[in-house]
Design a protein around this ligand. Structure first.
Ligand code: ADP
Length: 226
């Protein structure tokens, strides 16, 4: 389980996260909040992309400050702009790259790549350049490239921001079907239906922590008051 203890982070002396203490145990956790409230920074602390100035982020015995590599193997991260995650000449190679460091045999790598491409409807594109995929397919490729490594936790930072309604629904269905823990940072409040817990962020703090309906109400009131 991911645990944050008194996490504090500043950019150029300006606090962006303030004294955040959380135990992230539920299967599906959402995080919402206005632009600039600190969501992306918080998301990045969960797998060590950002190491907080003060406090700790741990998963069991691992700490992102000292064991970032171990944590990254367990905590997968999907960015809002999938194009950032497409780096290899073909779709299959993009999926494969994340597996290379896991010490798997050639056959196991090929088996996993085939399985994940088929599961996400990308098998017909295995030898195409990822850049030529549609926006929705790019996001599926980004998800597939992370999920193929079988992380225990998937952190998604606004994965549907650049997608149209059809592709947003497709990503929603993928996230709904996952067995692993999902921590979803989003502006798309509809994606939170059925979530176990939703946190609301404001000015670097978690100002509400509860069920989705109550969290959305709290967030709406917060925005209406501005
Ligand atoms: P959100 O995801 O809720 O929009 P962010 O975590 O992206 O919030 O940003 C919180 C604040 O930190 C914003 O004011 C943003 O401009 C600032 N910020 C984010 N990343 C950096 C960075 N790498 N360097 C300096 N300031 C940053």
């Amino acid at each position: 389980m991911l645990r944050l203890e008194e996490v504090h982070h500043s950019y150029d002396g300006r606090p962006v996260l303030r004294e955040i203490t959380l135990e992230l145990a539920q299967h599906r956790i959402g995080v919402i909040g206005a632009n600039g409230s600190g969501k992306s920074t918080l998301a990045r602390t969960l797998n060590g992309l950002v190491v907080p100035d003060k406090g700790s982020v741990t998963m069991g015995e691992w700490d992102t400050r000292r064991h970032a590599r171990h944590i990254r193997r367990r905590v997968g991260f999907v960015f809002s702009d999938a194009a950032n995650q497409i780096i290899m000449p073909t779709v299959a190679e993009d999926v494969e790259i994340g597996l290379r460091s896991l010490g798997l045999g050639r056959e196991e790598i090929e088996r996993r790549v085939e399985a994940v491409l088929t599961r996400y409807g990308l098998d017909g594109h295995r030898d195409h350049p990822g850049h030529l995929l549609s926006g929705g397919q790019k996001q599926l490729l980004a998800l597939a490239s992370v999920l193929v490594t079988e992380p225990e936790v998937l952190v998604c930072d606004e994965p549907t921001t650049l997608l149209d309604l059809r592709n947003t629904r497709m990503v929603h269905r993928v996230l709904e079907g996952l067995e692993q823990q999902v921590i979803l940072f989003t502006h798309d409040l509809d994606l939170l239906d059925g979530f176990d817990r939703v946190l609301v962020m404001d000015a670097g703090r978690v100002v509400f922590d509860g069920v989705p309906g109550d969290a959305v109400e709290h967030y709406t009131e917060l925005m209406d008051g501005r």
